[in-house]
Design a protein around this ligand. Structure first.
Ligand SMILES: [Fe+2]
Length: 441
């Protein structure tokens, strides 16, 4: 096996003193590393030292606006002061608990939905080195938590909450400056759809406009709503926009059936016999246009499973077809029968060499029911429309890259999906979200 370090990020600490957080996504970020060297595995973990985490430790209370937790105000004036700070972003969290990526220049960055939560870490010691300060003047407070990162570039979306739309931006290795490729205006309002992730093809960026939209009022609330900072606006419809990476021009903007997705899997260009691109295919983990999974991830729900009730909402591999002939509508279908993977589907990954290209296999977490959380590792064959599922009672897998759940790392053969090796860790690991691989120089 290649020498290197697998890093995984995710929420890992859900309480400050005796105050318990309510939602999975509120947890302060814990980095886990698995270092593969000479047939040995060295494991470690460390808290990410965000300002939000350090302030909470010091003051023994939540001091920044987290996913659902907000600071408890001493009085009304303190609340008003915090609202003022919200518009500047000062009160938003920098708890970088979502993903970890290795930039083309070698820097390793932990990310979350807020731009200020872009923290550079040392992949060996897991020490937090400081904030990645974007040197451009694009402003804004939020971005997609899942940029597309290759050795050549870093692409992301900056939602514009004031004038609903998205900036598509690129940052080159060795710089902190994001440059605008182009802008997409939302087809409907009152706010852009949540963009946790987005897909790209070799030549195009696909910008999703989901009817689960950001909501300024919910952002200001002191108590969480069932959809947190978002709201479900089916009347505002759903759209996909396709932008040319080279020119920034919009080559398609189609209405699609209502959908809910957090994670796009991949996208590629469909060609006719003459090599002309006729359509874009974009695949995602699609929650049957139902956003209740967000509320299902409350810690109270996750910790109270009785082993019998089937509480995980159904999901599928949603496949969008976006025609490039000027048609106003795109299609959304299941890429394979959802029962193949127990109607659970999230936390997807692909072979990175297939990014933006026609591909056959994807890896994700599916479900063995009854369950309340995705509990299998699944390998999807999108050509044969079949899935191979790995399940072990009590194990909670995170995004398959390697499996790390319940205190061990599991290595599965990429083609047969059979177990090759398993390393037991001396302690249980918190649930993790997304990871990356840092090869040894
Ligand atoms: Fe994610």
């Amino acid at each position: 096996m290649q020498k290197g370090t697998y890093l995984r990020n995710g929420p890992g600490l859900w309480h400050i003193e005796d105050y318990n957080f309510r939602h999975l996504f509120d947890g302060y970020a814990t980095l886990v590393k698995l270092q593969f060297e000479n047939g040995r595995l060295i494991a470690g973990h460390r808290q990410i030292e965000s300002e939000a985490y350090k302030a909470a430790r010091k003051n023994k209370k939540v001091c920044f606006r987290e996913f659902s937790e907000v600071p408890k105000y001493e009085n009304f004036m303190a609340y008003v002061g915090d609202i003022a700070k919200l518009f500047s972003g000062a009160s938003l969290t920098d708890n970088a608990n979502t993903g970890v990526v290795k930039l083309g220049d070698g820097r390793v960055v932990c990310l979350t939905e807020t731009q200020k939560g872009s923290l550079v870490i040392n992949p060996n010691s897991l020490e937090t080195l400081g904030r990645l300060e974007y040197s451009d003047s694009l402003g804004g407070l939020i971005h997609s938590a899942h940029p597309i990162v290759t050795d050549a570039e870093f692409l992301t979306l900056l939602p514009d909450l004031v004038n609903p739309g998205y900036l598509v931006v690129r940052m080159e290795p060795g710089t902190n400056e994001r440059k605008v490729i182009g802008r997409v205006n939302c087809r409907n309002g009152p706010a852009p759809g949540w963009v946790h992730s987005f897909p790209v093809t070799e030549h195009y960026v696909v910008v999703p406009e989901m009817p689960l939209r950001y909501c300024a009022q919910n952002l200001l609330r002191a108590e969480p709503t069932p959809l947190y900072k978002f709201e479900w606006r089916p009347e505002s419809k759903a759209f996909l926009h396709v932008m040319c990476k080279a020119s920034g021009k919009i080559v398609a903007s189609v209405e699609v059936p209502l959908f809910v997705t957090f994670h796009f899997i991949n996208a590629y260009e469909e060609e006719d016999e003459d090599g002309r691109v006729t359509a874009i295919i974009a695949d995602c983990c699609e929650h049957n246009a139902d956003a209740t999974i967000l509320d299902q991830l409350r810690l109270q729900n996750l910790r109270s499973f009785n082993g019998k009730d089937d509480l995980l909402p159904d999901a599928r591999v949603g496949r969008f077809t976006i025609p490039l002939d000027g048609s106003p509508y795109g299609k959304l279908e299941s890429a394979l029968e959802p029962d193949e993977h127990g109607r659970g589907m999230d936390m997807c990954s692909i072979n990175p060499t297939k990014l933006g290209k026609k591909y056959r296999y994807a890896y994700a977490c599916g479900a063995q029911r009854p369950c309340h959380f995705p509990n299998t590792l699944t390998k999807l064959d999108l050509v044969k429309k079949k899935a191979k599922n790995w399940h072990e009672a009590g194990a909670v897998p995170s995004e398959p890259f390697f499996k790390n759940g319940n205190g061990y790392a599991l290595l599965l053969d990429g083609s047969t999906f059979e177990e090759i090796a398993r390393a037991k860790l001396p302690y249980g690991l918190p649930y993790g979200l997304h990871g990356c691989w840092v090869p040894k120089e």
